[in-house]
Design a protein around this ligand. Structure first.
Ligand code: G6P
Length: 440
């Protein structure tokens, strides 16, 4: 094989320059020959704009990567080596509904957690399963690297409802936590190691090390300072309760705030929705500004403004992963993969987010054993939710969706679950054909 063929589905995303920058930086070790950016007709204008920027970036860097832009997914997939997915079914308008509708019922409205996460899964999973079917036909040996949220639920669905084993779910939360610990302790990122285990957006740092020395207690101590900064751009940070975190004894990820500080996060969301709009409304403005920048024919680098997005640095994770598979590096990276017994109590065939050795044959999860007692229950509950949600996405069965909504820990009762479910099903009808099959 002479060079690598990468296909990025959702290529018109404002995040694409991150990925392009990552491939340019690594070109000597990771010789990408073709990068195919694929989008849907509604995304064509963005695809043209971001694609033109990608071409300028490649040209300026002087690397021989051919950038192809297409609306024809099948054409792109033929003969691919790696397929990355970063799409948003229903675009940001659907996310706005995911955030706003639950808030009306006094429930967290969030992209990947609670009712919003459920509906993003219901819209996304059928599309991902279609992509898997096309990959079986057009590029059966390619790796599917999924960033599309909710990444844990999507990986679970691929593992349970397709024969595809070459699938990896990827997220920037672990790399963000690593950078956060490095910044808190004032050391270089390369010196930090974290033992990650859990699920996507539900991952814990079981222990943190600097140069091999366990610094978990020190990090927890600093994390309880207000505005410690260990969060993502999209998640409000108000420190942690000192006694609680010390008793917990592990590092939470930024998304745990929705579970351990639900009332505070809800109040903040409600206030923000009134003042500046929900996160997706803010992101819509940021995107419009980014695309204005991208249109500038003199721009040939990733603009720093992209770091305002919560997904900043995801290309580090993506490119490191692809590089380690391609070069059989056998280094350790946290990814979403088949548990295979690594975390006790979670089914072997379920997706978990865990440190893995990344080799040519894919991720090999490192054994964790049992999670600490205080976090076991929440992780199990979210896994149950993800499994039921994936089943609902595949079957389009109302009762299964109601079950998923009700068992989500952010939803207070079956009655509220039903109200939110009914309103959201109606609001997202266009993107949920499986729930609205014509009566024959
Ligand atoms: C985090 C998460 C991503 C998520 C992003 C949202 O980084 O890990 O999964 O998509 O935030 O960021 P945004 O700027 O869209 O709110």
């Amino acid at each position: 094989m002479n060079g690598i063929k990468i296909v990025t589905i959702g290529g018109g995303s404002s995040y694409t320059p991150e990925l392009v920058e990552g491939f340019i930086k690594r070109h000597a070790a990771l010789p990408v020959r073709e990068l195919w950016l694929v989008d849907i007709p509604q995304g064509e204008e963005k695809l043209r704009t971001v694609g033109a920027l990608a071409k300028r970036m490649v040209e300026k860097a002087g690397v021989p990567i051919e950038v192809h832009l297409t609306l024809d997914r099948r054409e792109a997939l033929a003969g691919a080596d790696f397929v990355t997915t970063q799409m948003r079914v229903g675009l940001l308008d659907a996310r706005i509904k995911d955030e706003k509708i639950p808030l009306k019922y006094g429930v967290i409205g969030q992209e990947t957690n609670g009712p919003g996460g459920l509906f993003k899964g219901l819209r996304t999973i059928p599309v991902i399963l279609d992509i898997c079917r096309e990959m079986e036909e057009l590029c059966p040996d390619a790796w599917l690297i999924n960033f599309t949220n909710p990444a844990g639920m999507v990986t679970e669905a691929v593992l349970r409802y397709t024969d595809r084993r070459k699938v990896i779910g990827l997220c920037n939360v672990p790399i963000g936590m690593k950078m956060g610990v490095a910044a808190l302790l004032g050391v270089e990122q390369e010196r930090v190691h974290i033992d990650f285990a859990g699920l996507n957006h539900m991952v814990f740092g079981l222990a943190a090390y600097v140069d091999g020395e366990n610094v978990t207690a020190q990090v927890i101590d600093r994390l309880t300072d207000e505005q410690a900064g260990m969060t993502m751009r999209n998640i409000f940070d108000q420190g942690w309760d000192k006694d609680f975190l010390k008793a917990l004894g592990v590092l939470p990820c930024p998304y745990h705030r929705y579970y351990y500080q639900t009332d505070l996060m809800l109040a903040h969301e409600q206030e923000a929705a009134q003042k500046d709009g929900t996160r997706a409304e803010v992101v819509k403005k940021v995107e419009a500004e980014l695309f204005e920048l991208y249109k500038d024919p003199n721009l040939a680098i990733k603009p720093p403004q992209l770091e305002q997005r919560g997904g900043a640095y995801y290309s580090e994770a993506a490119c490191n992963l692809i590089d380690s598979i391609y070069n059989d590096r056998r280094d350790i990276q946290p990814v979403n993969t088949r548990n295979n017994g690594a975390i006790a109590g979670i089914p072997g065939e379920s997706a978990v987010e865990v440190n893995c050795v990344i080799a040519k044959e894919g991720p090999i999860p490192l054994a964790v054993g049992e999670l600490p007692v205080p976090v076991q229950g929440l992780v199990q509950q979210i896994k149950s939710f993800e499994r039921v949600a994936a089943q609902a996405a595949v079957t389009g069965d109302y009762r299964t969706a109601l079950l998923a909504m009700t068992i989500n820990p952010l939803v207070p009762s079956d009655a509220v679950a039903r109200q939110i479910l009914d309103e959201m099903l109606e609001a997202h009808k266009e993107h949920l054909p499986q729930f609205f099959k014509p009566v024959s």
